[in-house]
Design a protein around this ligand. Structure first.
Ligand SMILES: N[C@@H](CCC(=O)N[C@@H](CS)C(=O)NCC(=O)O)C(=O)O
Length: 221
């Protein structure tokens, strides 16, 4: 079997790359990393060597190149069917796909106003009506998943699944911008931050030797 490779951007800033990286790391799916710093003059050309969109992540499995995070997650779920990357129960799986798709196409206000920056802290920055609506929806969703379907473990559907990998960047954003969701959503956030894959990413983001001033200078003191 060919070894998988994952093309990613900066670990500190690239929220889409992170979803695939967290998923593979959590499930101990071996891969080589091909890393490109984002927003440099040669970024698009170097990513386009692998990914036709010029965006990361891109998963490489022998001759097959798969771009877009959702397609990568579905491919891995099919390639490793015994790992239960989606919840095993059909109803939980349907809701897991719903919340994953909601993340994939939504929360634009929060994503624009609170760009992911794992190693920095900007408490109370980025808030506004639209962002607060996104936060309220996330809190309600996490509480609902945990209450109805999370009984078998600490994550949205009990055991860690693709849905959790998709919400990992929101967890890091909440941590950076001082957002504290209430009730089960709050304990979910803490369980995510304590999980080995997120801890590993946070360590590697902290020691990554590259900074993007476009994000780091966004909220001067
Ligand atoms: N829908 C895509 C979005 C990918 C995306 O926007 N990736 C960003 C990094 S987080 C990127 O490659 N940006 C590079 C650029 O815009 O030049 C996915 O799910 O993979």
């Amino acid at each position: 079997m060919a070894r998988l490779s994952l093309v990613i951007g900066n670990k500190n800033y690239s929220s889409w790359s992170m979803r695939a990286w967290i998923l593979m790391t959590h499930f101990r799916i071996a891969f080589d990393e091909i890393q490109t710093w984002l927003y440099q003059p040669d970024t698009e050309a170097s990513i386009k060597r692998y990914s036709p969109t010029g965006l990361v992540p891109c998963l490489i499995d022998g001759p097959l190149h798969i771009w877009d995070t959702l397609a990568i997650a579905e491919y891995l779920a099919e390639k490793f069917p015994n790992e239960n990357l989606w919840p095993a129960a059909r109803d939980a799986r349907a809701i897991a796909r719903s919340v994953t798709a909601e993340m994939h196409s939504g929360f634009g206000a929060l994503r624009r106003s609170m760009p992911m920056n794992i190693r920095n802290r900007y408490p109370c920055k980025g808030r506004g009506d639209e962002v607060d609506r996104d936060i309220a929806r996330l809190e309600a969703m996490w509480n609902d998943c945990r209450r109805r379907l999370g009984g078998g473990g600490d994550f949205l559907f009990g055991q860690f699944s693709i849905a959790d990998a998709f919400y990992a960047p929101i967890v890091f954003r909440f941590n950076t911008y001082g957002v504290r969701p209430r009730d089960l959503a709050g304990t979910y956030m803490q369980a995510m931050l304590a999980s080995p894959a997120l801890q590993k990413l946070a360590r590697e983001a902290a020691s990554e030797g590259h900074a993007l001033s476009v994000y780091d200078d966004r909220y001067p003191a």
